[in-house]
Design a protein around this ligand. Structure first.
Ligand SMILES: *Cc1c(COP(=O)(O)O)cnc(C)c1O
Length: 452
């Protein structure tokens, strides 16, 4: 945001509180600008970020008011991860309990209960036959691990020529090198690297619409493309049901069944990147569940720890694990320093348990209904192409690139934190967002769409 409302400047509210607190806000922002790189931003930053002092429930508390608000309802759930809201007593207790035992020990040669419990829980909640779990530190790394598993599987079973990946356009799989190579090659944020990245095989983006009948021509084209490249393709990788950071587009689960059949027919592995869609976001526990198919490899992240700390996981089937472990190099040569971090694992285990113990499906369905109500008619706003809702995801698509500063300001004025991108003003709120806050988010989305 380019400007903030003038406000009396003083020490941040927690002066004298936690270690490191008490930095005057002007100084904090000057240091931030001078030294701190922010996501997808230039250095030094051109926009002044809002300073968050604390967060509880669905609200971010600002260190000083912005456009008249010192609290914002978080429509982003911190990039879709904080599904239980902030400062949750159950997750806080899990973190504290683990902190008093040990925050971290290496996973090489050692193991621990939080890591084992979490792995077992992930195996229990994901589709059969995903039975083996590789824990890592972030979503992008979990995708790197998935790619390594697939390439190494084929190498190990005597087909080393299968080294490429196949995906459909419009996807997003992370910011490290191999994930970048399967992000949307044109519209995505990594297109300048197309000459430097491994060259993958791209199908057209799946036809839009979750409820639409699968288009037989598109499906036939997808099958044919997989067949044509089967000798060099190790795996197909897609985000099931919703393409997220690539454009918030929904597609029919039917295409996932087409991918499963074509992959089986042509000896290609199937990877579902469920980092955004996992843990209930689309109305099913996993995107794969809408289609009733199981991938060979699955990535989860984001909501895995309820948004508390960074952790991700790559799951695979016994077939993939046995293939790798019976090969010429019979190990998966990957082992992040903080692999299986006990603190993250304890929080993740508590977060998934909390999700399953509550009525997550009812909550997501209630949010879906609230978003449908709140966004009804938004497609008639000037400059708006359409609006769509699936599960706890609400999207307004403009007919032009959004003016992010103006849109964000309009949302903040309305008391809501949104972070629009591309042509999209969207929300992926915490599942604990109540109806009144949901209505507020929808009003802010309309205001942001009009301003942006
Ligand atoms: C966010 C995301 C990633 C990358 O996860 P990070 O934790 O940011 O590295 C990968 N795939 C999908 C589908 C995502 O939404």
């Amino acid at each position: 945001m380019s400007e903030r409302t003038p406000a009396p400047r003083g020490p941040a509210p927690h002066a004298g509180g936690p270690p490191g607190g008490g930095l005057p806000i002007d100084e904090l922002l000057a240091l931030d600008r001078e030294h701190v790189w922010h996501p997808y931003g230039p250095m030094p930053g051109r926009r002044t970020p809002l300073v968050v002092d604390s967060a509880a429930g669905v609200r971010l508390r600002l260190a000083e008011p912005a456009f008249g608000n010192d609290e914002l309802v978080d429509g982003m759930a911190s990039w879709w991860s904080a599904v239980h809201g902030y400062n949750h007593p159950v997750l806080n207790a899990a973190a504290r309990g683990q902190l008093d035992r040990m925050s971290h020990v290496m996973f090489g040669g050692l193991t621990h209960e939080p890591g084992v419990r979490l792995a077992k829980r992930l195996v229990d909640v994901t589709p059969e036959p995903l039975r083996h779990v590789f824990l890592s530190d972030s979503g992008s790394v979990s995708v790197e691990v998935a790619v390594k598993m697939c390439l190494q599987y084929w190498r190990s079973v005597g087909r080393p020529g299968k080294q490429r990946l196949l995906t459909w356009r419009g996807g997003y799989h992370g910011d490290t090198w191999h994930p970048m190579s399967v992000c949307d090659p044109d519209g995505g944020m990594h297109h300048i690297w197309s000459g430097a990245l491994p060259r993958q095989v791209f199908a057209d983006a799946p036809p839009a619409g979750f409820d639409a009948e699968p288009d037989p021509r598109y499906a036939a084209g997808l099958r044919a493309l997989i067949g044509r490249h089967a000798a060099e393709v190790a795996a197909v990788i897609v985000e099931p049901v919703v393409q997220n950071a690539g454009g918030m587009r929904f597609h029919s689960p039917g295409y996932l069944r087409v991918l499963r059949e074509a992959c089986d027919e042509h000896d290609v592995l199937l990877v579902f990147d469920e980092i955004a869609t996992g843990f209930g976001r689309t109305g099913a526990l996993f995107g794969a569940d809408h289609a009733g198919v199981a991938p060979d490899v699955m990535c989860v992240g984001k909501a895995l720890t309820g948004g508390y700390v960074s952790m991700a996981a790559t799951l695979c089937t016994p077939r993939v694990a046995r293939g790798i472990s019976g090969g010429e190099v019979p190990v998966l040569a990957h082992g992040p320093t903080f692999m299986g971090n006990p603190l993250a694992a304890a929080i993740a285990d508590a977060s998934v348990e909390l999700l399953l113990a509550g009525d997550w499906a009812g909550r997501v369905a209630r949010i879906e209904a609230g978003l449908r109500d709140g966004l009804a008619g938004a497609e008639r706003l000037p400059g708006v192409l359409g609006a769509r809702v699936l599960g706890a995801i609400g999207v307004i698509e403009l007919d032009h690139p959004v003016d992010m500063a103006a849109a964000t300001e309009a949302a903040v004025r309305a008391g809501v934190w949104l972070r629009p991108f591309g042509r999209l003003v969207y929300t992926m709120p915490p599942y604990v967002t109540d109806d009144a806050d949901l209505a507020l988010i929808c009003r802010a989305m309309r205001a942001a769409a009009e301003a942006g």
